[in-house]
Design a binder for this molecule. Structure first.
Ligand code: ATP
Length: 365
């Protein structure tokens, strides 16, 4: 693999008391890759980005871009000489300048002709040709953000840093803008680092996602890897809702409150398992006389699918099914796993019985 950016042992403290805000952060971003740093508020995402951009000085560690040390024990290359483009949540456009002048602003040092050519190309890439003469207040939020992205892309940066770039857009516009911008970055092969606290944004935008906690990376992988194969309880909970099962593993299977389930890997003894709501389905209790039975306590029809809440032995579980599942509150059901349960690395056994549903909100708290 050919890494463009390598970050090694990066450490930053704002005060001498307590643990560092960024704690030996280590990762590599391949050429042309979109890499996301995903984590809850306060885990150090923006600080990491500011260290990469050169707005903060690291206390320790290295940042190397294309073989050039930008940050090291005796090196701190200033932001304007790092060759990086930056896109922020609040667009940061000059309100009194036209779209064209906003985009050419980052191209000082080029001839007028070059500026015009590069700006026109960047605006074409983000679908804003014809908008050159407008000022930012004559544009929608999505268009303003695309101008900001065009401005960052115009000087052909080696690396694009994106800090929660879509969070000011409303839901539908956010989805459309992010899929268009992803298309542009992939088409142009622009290596990018996105920081976000939004799981869906990271999973849908990035080629790989690093899940951050307390200034460190807890797991890095493709969106599918981190979602389907979380290593830890924190990652399982932060990436979406999940059912947790504390049980005894016997090799490739375990006895759980839901009955016997297959495991994602061999394990023995007490284990903590994660089973996503869409990896379980419901069937009539009579069809499974040998499995433990549950009661449906709520049914939420959402058009494209249904979320059921079921109760078994005092614990609640979540099940997402297709939209034709007809069970109603009060029905007796069996829970049938569709996928192996994921064995989590639990650093310590949970203090309280941990079976039941948990959510991203719980992980973030
Ligand atoms: P959010 O998603 O809320 O923006 P984040 O993951 O980006 O959070 P950071 O902004 O990097 O988190 O902050 C990480 C920690 O460092 C927080 O506890 C924050 O209070 C602290 N911090 C950030 N900047 C400074 C600063 N200049 N001085 C002191 N502490 C800071």
């Amino acid at each position: 693999m050919d890494a463009l950016l390598t970050v090694t042992g990066l450490t930053k403290r704002f005060s001498s008391a307590g643990p560092p805000v960024i704690d030996r952060l280590t990762f590599a971003v391949q050429r042309g890759e979109i890499f996301a740093l995903l984590g809850p508020s306060g885990c150090g995402k923006t600080t990491s980005l500011r260290l990469m951009a050169g707005f903060e000085r690291a206390d320790d560690g290295h940042i190397v871009l294309d073989g050039r040390v930008l940050s090291g024990p005796h090196t701190h290359v200033p932001p304007e000489r790092r060759g990086m483009g930056l896109v922020f949540q609040d667009y940061a456009l000059f309100p009194h300048l036209s779209v064209l002048d906003n985009v050419t602003f980052g191209l000082r040092g080029h001839t007028k002709n070059e500026q015009r050519e590069k700006a026109a190309r960047a605006l074409r890439l983000v679908g804003l040709q014809g908008f050159e003469a407008r000022t930012p207040h004559e544009l929608s939020g999505g268009q303003q953000q695309r101008v900001a992205i065009a401005r960052s892309l115009a000087p052909s940066p080696r690396l694009l840093l994106l800090d929660e770039p879509f969070s000011n857009l409303d839901a539908l516009l956010r989805q459309n803008t992010r899929s268009e911008i992803r298309g542009v970055l992939k088409q142009e092969g622009i290596t990018s680092v996105l920081v976000t606290h939004d799981q869906e944004e990271a999973l849908s935008f990035a080629d790989r996602v690093a899940v951050m906690r307390h200034g460190q990376i807890e797991q890095v992988g493709t969106p599918e890897e981190v979602y389907y194969q979380p290593r830890t309880l924190f990652v399982a909970q932060f990436l979406g809702r999940t059912n947790l099962l504390f049980s005894q593993a016997q090799g490739t299977e375990a006895d759980t409150p839901l009955g016997r389930v297959h495991l994602s890997r061999d394990a023995r003894g007490p284990v903590l398992l994660s089973l996503r709501p869409e990896h379980v389905t419901l069937d009539a209790a009579e069809a499974y006389p040998d499995r433990p039975h549950a009661s449906v306590i709520a049914r939420e029809f959402k058009g494209h699918d249904i979320t059921f809440r079921v109760e078994m032995d005092g614990s609640e579980y979540l099940v997402h099914t297709h939209n034709r599942m007809d069970f109603q509150p009060g029905d007796r059901v069996a829970l049938c796993p569709l996928e192996p349960a994921v064995v989590l690395e639990s650093q310590q056994p949970p203090a309280a019985p941990l079976s039941g549903v948990t959510s991203a909100e719980a992980a973030a708290s």
